[in-house]
Design a protein. Structure first.
Lengths: 111, 114
């Protein structure tokens, strides 16, 4: 069935280091993949997305990589800051906005 | 402009009672979505509305759940005869035309069924 899952439920990094959050997906028909950041008590916040016909996209301090061969998605955060501490979710767009979310990875940044 | 707003922020209800949760999307956004998030879990899709099209209700867990969107703007999610397993945070999101996957979320309504 449809599923999007994460390899690592928790990730602890030192401030200034780079972070890599991984995600596996199973639906080959998904046309977009999206990363969201959720801080405690708030709704998810859109970070970056990537079309299925791309393998890399860069934003401000973030890069998303898509490997369709192994159905793997990753989010790289450069120079991680304390404000990056949150739960990160990957999601795949199945149909017209129907998003399937992964379980989330909690990122903890140590000062 | 304002983001997506939801009310109430918290709702405690007794098992068997009906509840209504409200969502005000971002002005001008054409699509509106409802998700449910259980403690420490990812988001579970419930329903979405796109313009004047029939809503996609494929994620609603039972016929106790229903949603309406009036005038293409405000939406209400209704849960009838609430059960303890309905306890969760209910999140609403909206997206602009042509960017259905770029969803902007509200802060959610935390529902507790006692």
């Amino acid at each position: 069935g449809e599923s999007v899952g994460l390899h690592l439920p928790t990730l602890s990094v030192q401030e200034g280091d780079n972070s890599i959050i991984n995600c596996a997906y199973s639906n080959s028909a998904s046309d977009y993949f999206i990363w969201y950041k959720q801080e405690s008590g708030k709704g998810p916040q859109f970070i970056i997305d990537i079309r299925s016909n791309m393998d890399k996209r860069q934003g401000q301090r973030v890069t998303v990589l898509l490997n369709k061969t192994v159905k793997h998605l990753s989010l790289q955060i450069a120079a991680t800051q304390p404000g990056d501490s949150a739960v990160y979710f990957c999601a795949e767009n199945i149909k017209g906005g129907k998003l399937i979310f992964g379980q989330g990875t909690e990122l903890s940044v140590k000062p | 402009g304002a983001g997506v707003s939801q009310s109430p922020s918290n709702k405690v209800t007794e098992k068997g009672k009906d509840v209504e949760l409200r969502c005000d999307p971002i002005s001008g956004h054409t699509a509106l979505y409802w998700y449910r998030q259980s403690l420490g879990q990812g988001l579970e899709f419930l329903i979405y509305f796109q313009g004047n099209s029939a809503p996609d209700k494929s994620g609603l867990p039972s016929d106790r759940f229903s949603a309406e969107r009036t005038g293409g703007s405000v939406s209400t999610l209704t849960i009838q005869r609430t059960q303890q397993e309905d306890s969760a945070v209910y999140l609403c999101a909206s997206s602009p035309a042509g960017s259905a996957y770029e969803q902007y979320f509200g802060p959610g309504t935390r529902l507790t069924v006692t």
